[in-house]
Design a protein around this ligand. Structure first.
Ligand code: AMP
Length: 234
């Protein structure tokens, strides 16, 4: 998808909340392309970078991340606040003042109501998007994914079909589908999301900055999301 760009007149501090597979990453990429003043921070990427560089934080977080659990709030808050400082978005952790122009999307943070409360004291978010796609639709999307394992090429039997059914376009080798694996993992992650997101959504609902958008595909959701960002910030 290609988009014309738009200028923000007011600082946009955005969070996307949604079940695994709903397309948060896709919407983030599209928002960054549409509104070039936005930057994004991904807590998962920051953690993985710390693990790779074997920082003390990375060493502490590694086992928890591997088990699929959430790392402790205190650790993730340290990480995010130092990232905000290094980007110049807040002046100091001791007495934070927000840079008035900073506009950003946070990806993967906050994940809990405690993290959200802490973020309020650091950089108050002003637009929280709750992305909703029925789980049955996400599930059928995962089930229609086929992979050419050696190259990592991904096909989808609904909208990106291989030229020859079941065969890779380039090599002609068979495509595989680890359906049970990926569906089971997705169900576990969905369960965890449902457990923790209730309090998070309630937190932002009370603050009056929650906006819900529902659709079956990312293409259906993007135009509505763009229009809402423009209405609020342009
Ligand atoms: P992600 O790439 O967002 O799925 O994050 C990968 C892993 O990093 C998660 O499974 C968690 O272990 C950890 N993680 C990322 N963000 C957070 C967060 N906000 N709070 C706690 N743990 C997190």
């Amino acid at each position: 998808m290609t988009f014309t760009t738009q200028r923000l007149k007011k600082a946009a501090r955005i969070i996307l909340i949604g079940a695994p597979g709903v397309g948060k990453g896709t919407q983030t990429e599209r928002l960054l392309a549409r509104f070039p003043q936005l930057a994004s921070i991904s807590s998962g990427d920051l953690l993985r970078e710390n693990v790779r560089n074997k920082t003390s934080l990375g060493v502490q977080a590694e086992a928890t991340m591997q088990s699929g659990n959430l790392v402790p709030d205190s650790l993730i808050l340290d990480l995010i606040s130092s990232e905000f400082q290094s980007k110049g978005w807040v002046s100091s952790a001791a007495a934070p003042t927000i840079s008035s122009s900073a506009s950003f999307i946070l990806d993967g943070f906050p994940r809990t109501a405690t993290q959200a409360s802490n973020l309020d004291t650091l950089v108050p978010v002003n637009f929280v998007v709750h992305l909703v796609t029925p789980p049955s639709v996400i599930l059928s999307r995962i089930a229609s994914r086929w992979i050419h394992e050696p190259s990592g090429r991904v096909y989808n039997t609904d909208f990106h079909t291989p030229k020859v059914p079941g065969k890779d376009d380039v090599t002609g080798e068979p495509l595989t589908q680890r359906e049970d694996d990926s569906i089971d993992t997705w169900k576990q992650r969905l369960h965890k999301f449902e457990e923790t997101s209730k309090a998070l959504i309630e937190h932002y609902h009370k603050k009056g900055c929650l906006w819900r958008v529902e659709g079956d595909t990312s293409d259906e959701i993007s135009p509505r999301l763009f229009a809402e960002v423009e209405r609020r910030f342009c």
